[in-house]
Write a protein that binds this ligand. Structure first.
Ligand code: IPE
Ligand code: MG
Length: 227
């Protein structure tokens, strides 16, 4: 989700104005995903690098996170959406952590769509944490180093229980990954749209899906093999 700051600036407002308007785009994307039968939707809400933004913006984003999760609980329940998180959650203010823990517990049995919020998340950080876990298994003699494979690393990542993404959407015209799901997107289809995040609608989500449906995913094979 990118472009909140630029959207606000274009309108002559403070950056936080853009973040606030970004919430309705979040709602639209979740709703569109649920209606289309998407089972997992991961939203990059706050990166590990975002901590370096001005303190005022960081605090405002954290406040917005708490109030949004609180306000959205009835909608999550109504639409059977399960909330989960990935990232270094311990770095978040206590208030955020409490709100997240509460909401995750309340939505744990919801089965229509799993919404994974990436918070204080960095793909490289997650890979390092996974390597530490795998090293520990080796140290303890549970795993032989020659047996380390993709599946062992997959199991050690914070995304272990989720399938790897089929499609990655980035808004605002930027064409980079910015440390998102570095390992998991190895074979994801990438979709970039110039739409700034607060303007992102259900139709934009549908456009991304339709584009995705026109792709041929070969996973290293030839076109003939896929057919
Ligand atoms: C939203 O957009 C991403 C968040 C960190 C919440 P930005 O805040 O990065 O907006 P731009 O890139 O400055 O326009
Ligand atoms: Mg940005």
């Amino acid at each position: 989700m990118d472009g909140n700051g630029r959207w606000a600036k274009q309108k002559g407002h403070m950056r936080i104005f853009g973040h606030r308007h970004g919430v309705k785009a979040v709602r639209a994307a979740i709703e569109a995903g649920a209606e289309l039968g998407v089972k997992y939707l991961t939203m990059y809400a706050f990166s590990a690098e975002n901590w370096t933004r001005p303190q005022q913006e960081v605090s405002a984003l954290m406040e917005l996170l708490v109030s949004t999760i609180e306000d959205e609980l009835p909608t999550l329940m109504k639409n059977r959406i399960r909330l989960e998180t990935i990232g270094n959650i311990e770095q978040l203010p206590a208030k955020c952590q409490v709100q997240l823990t509460k909401t995750k517990a309340k939505t744990a049995e919801n089965d229509r769509l799993t919404l994974v919020l990436a918070l204080s998340y960095s793909g490289r950080w997650d890979i390092i944490e996974a390597v530490k876990k795998v090293s520990k298994l080796v140290e303890e003699g549970v795993l032989k180093s020659e047996d380390i494979d993709e599946s062992e690393l997959n199991k050690a990542l914070s995304t272990a229980q989720y399938p790897h993404p089929d499609l990655l959407i980035r808004s605002s015209g930027e064409q980079r990954i910015s440390n998102f799901l570095m390992w998991e997107i190895a074979y994801s289809e990438l979709y970039f749209t110039p739409v700034l995040w607060p303007d992102f609608t259900k139709d934009d989500f549908y456009r991304a899906i339709v584009d995705y449906q026109g792709r041929e995913r070969r996973f290293g094979k030839t076109s003939e093999q896929i057919a």
